[in-house]
Design a protein around this ligand. Structure first.
Ligand SMILES: *Cc1c(COP(=O)(O)O)cnc(C)c1O
Length: 351
């Protein structure tokens, strides 16, 4: 509390990011990619002319948007980029969700959404997840100020196919439907091909997870020209240069190397399925996942205790101390070696 703060600042509940430890730990708590970025990224860093840093970057990030447009089969005017998808989401809340009707979101999803609601004064309603932990798209009220959900969802890992998203968009036509695809590359189905047909669909993505660039801060949105223009109006009223020139160049290089990208994501998927199987053998209930993490629960062991035990063995996972998730741990998929260490630690605690 401070008398210098604007009214309302002391009432905010900021997002709590996963810990970034100083000591060397096996870090399976924030869904980073265990593999390095594409080799072309390193080349950009080696060749980058220091003189570029003297100048402001392109405010429209044209080169990066063109590369994303090509990658996703859309026009460059349908692509928006920002300083991480968290920033893109924040701008989308301002551009589309400050409406008279409340925003709708799943009761369990990315915990940043309610944080933005409070920050921007957006009223919201939640819908409970279904029996299979799926986001019940049929439960979303078309009379909403907007709809937002992650697909595949976090931290549950469940994802809907494109047809199911299309069915939602047939029903909901009067507000923006924002589909957060931070994890789509690990086995989900992207809704991007639907943006041509549904002008109210906005899909967001990130370079942080499947492109191994969480430290760079690069995210994007794809949608109709009118939605992208709305985002640009907010962006240009806030910060004309959210994406620096180095980040742009690195983003382009990361998109170019398709073979590396495929190999990386396939390895994460293979390791995920192997880990899921081995945790199952130890008596864990493990939700099916289309992401680079697993949500796990053990019927005979408290998640909070397992979390502490892992930490003592230098392994960091995520435990959410909320009513719905208290019995679970979210475990990011690391390298094969890292997951072997995790399994060994679990074995030692459970046996
Ligand atoms: C990681 C994550 C983001 C944020 O990604 P950044 O681009 O690193 O800001 C957004 N949405 C979900 C669901 C995420 O898990």
């Amino acid at each position: 509390m401070s008398k210098f703060w604007s009214p309302g600042v002391s009432e905010l509940t900021p997002y709590t990011p996963g810990e970034q430890p100083r000591e060397r730990l096996i870090k399976l708590n924030t869904n980073e990619n265990p593999y390095p970025p594409a080799p072309g990224v390193e080349q950009v860093l080696r060749d980058y002319s220091i003189d570029h840093l003297r100048l402001y970057p392109d405010p429209d990030s044209r080169a990066l948007r063109e590369a994303l447009a090509k990658e996703h089969g859309v026009e460059v005017e349908q692509v928006f980029v920002g300083n991480g998808s968290d920033e893109v989401l924040a701008l989308a809340f301002q551009a589309f969700f400050r409406q008279p009707l409340p925003l709708s979101m799943p009761a369990i999803s990315y915990s940043f959404y309610p944080v933005y609601c409070r920050l921007y004064g957006v009223d919201y309603r939640t819908v409970a997840l279904g029996d299979e932990w799926q986001v019940p798209l049929e439960a979303f009220d078309p009379q909403s100020g907007g709809i937002i959900f992650a697909n595949p969802n976090a931290p549950t890992g469940h994802g809907h196919g494109r047809d199911t998203i299309a069915a939602l968009l047939e029903r909901v036509t009067e507000c923006v439907v924002l589909v957060d695809e931070a994890y789509v590359d690990f086995g989900g189905e992207s809704a991007v091909p639907l943006v041509e047909r549904y002008p109210n669909l906005l899909v967001t993505g990130t370079f942080s997870k499947s492109r191994s660039l969480a430290g760079l801060r690069l995210g994007y949105a794809i949608g109709s020209r009118e939605l992208v223009e709305g985002l640009e109006r907010i962006k240009n009223s806030f910060n004309s240069y959210p994406v620096d020139s180095l980040a742009s160049a690195i983003g382009v290089a990361a998109l170019e190397d398709k073979a590396y990208f495929e190999a990386c994501r396939e390895q994460v998927i293979t390791t995920r399925e192997r880990t899921r199987h081995r945790l199952g053998e130890l008596g864990f209930e493990v939700l099916p996942s289309q992401t680079n993490f697993l949500l796990v629960h053990h019927p005979d062991h408290e998640a909070a205790q397992l979390f502490v035990g892992l930490r003592e063995r230098s392994i960091l996972v995520r435990h959410f101390n909320t009513e719905a998730l208290r019995d679970f741990m979210r475990i990011s998929i690391g390298t094969e070696d890292e997951m072997n260490s995790l399994i060994e630690a679990m074995e030692a605690m459970i046996r």
